[in-house]
Design a protein around this ligand. Structure first.
Ligand SMILES: [Cu+2]
Length: 108
């Protein structure tokens, strides 16, 4: 029985990672060499996305398409946070490593 409960909890956690959270929250994205992890996230309107630099090369976060345009400075460490209050799809590039270093945010 304990084993079944543990398996159920693990499945719920796995499903939760893919689903849209019920409430606005903060989602963290890793900025690596040369990829955003995750490449695609879906968040609730009013949520904050926090990019954390983890590579050794310089990168930036630049919205090239979306309801609101914003960009971080180019840097090698630290973080950049943005609260997204407009629904829609945001295409984000690191302009140094475009077009390969790209991610998408869906704000529902
Ligand atoms: Cu880059």
């Amino acid at each position: 029985m304990k084993k079944l409960i543990a398996a159920g909890a693990a499945a719920a956690i796995a499903a939760g990672a893919l689903a849209i959270p019920a409430l606005a929250a903060t989602r963290t994205v890793s900025v690596k060499d040369n990829v955003f992890v995750a490449k695609s996230i879906t968040i609730r309107k009013g949520s904050t996305v926090r990019w954390v630099w983890k590579g050794s090369a310089p990168h930036n976060v630049t919205v090239t398409k979306g309801p609101v345009k914003f960009r971080s400075s180019t840097k090698v460490k630290g973080s950049y946070s943005k609260k997204l209050t407009r629904r829609g799809t945001y295409t984000i590039l690191c302009t140094i490593h475009a077009p390969g270093m790209k991610m998408t945010i869906h704000v529902k």
